[in-house]
Design a protein around this ligand. Sequence first.
Ligand code: NAD
Length: 318
Amino acid sequence: MPQSFFQCKLWQCPLARQRQVKFIMKIGFIGLGIMGKPMSKNLLKAGYELTVFDINSSAVEEVVATGGAFAGSAAEVSRQSDIVITMLPNSPHVKAAVMGENGVLTEARPGTVLIDMSSIAPLASQEIEKACAEKGVKMIDAPVSGGEPKAIDGTLSIMVGGDREVFDSVKDILRCLGASVVYCGAIGAGNTTKLANQVVVALNIAACAEAFTLSKKAGVDPEQVFEAIKGGLAGSTVMNAKVPMMLDNNFTPGFKIDLHIKDLTNALETAHEVGAPLPLTSQVMEMMQTLHADGFGSDDHSALAKYYAKISGTVIGE
Ligand code: NAD
């Protein structure tokens, strides 16, 4: 970045300035799993300079091969970056990567922005933000919905909590990853929104499994039932995505039962802390726990159909 750019006329032009800022801002990415890998590749495609880390070195090698810079620890990522993004499984993993030994906060400069895009407990987001603030690091929580296909396309739905000004300062980066980026409120609000999303998805899948088991058991072809009702009030994005999987008896993930158990655990814990009983969620949680105990934890969450197969003796997709 030539020093003269700031003095030249181009700096007066917002578009040119935005393009140059992209190259000035150094981003770090921690957590290169199903979601983090395509998200980090999209940031590279958009022209950002990216330093990456994962405890799984083969994931790091894959992203380095597409232009990312290697880091051997979360601390090294933060030493190289103005903005650090985390995309990790759950609250303990984010705490370890940010607040733990060799974590982000051991090397982060004051003014660094942490964007945690993992789905974790809202109270954990608040705890991590507090530790960040003590070091002069700003944090927002920005979990996503949409799964691997939308992570690849850069069309995720992103729900954000934290200081509005911090959000505004990184909005352009989030727009490289998502088709919808919505500010939801103070720190933790992004994850509260995500929990609400996961409750609706879980209950909707369970309702589909229950309804299509009924039609099968009553002797009406579930494929015809799907055709007849998907355009009406009962239709939903969840129905369109998950019922075809039940009809094919194909439960390749997608989104695993075990990850959904993690989200419903966070939803139930949060709900109990704020005094909002979740009777339907707890029922679906027990169905998922049954599937986990039966060895189906790595199946897609549409495998809730297997729970109904177990109690009714009828398989929707046979
Ligand atoms: P994943 O298990 O595929 O990836 C997590 C990555 O984090 C792994 O590569 C793991 O090695 C790495 N990791 C764990 N601890 C680490 C640490 N301390 N330091 C560095 N790396 C570490 O998970 P995923 O499917 O990519 O999901 C990530 C988050 O996104 C989760 O919170 C999940 O609930 C959420 N999410 C997932 C989906 C989906 O469809 N998979 C959809 C929406 C949201």
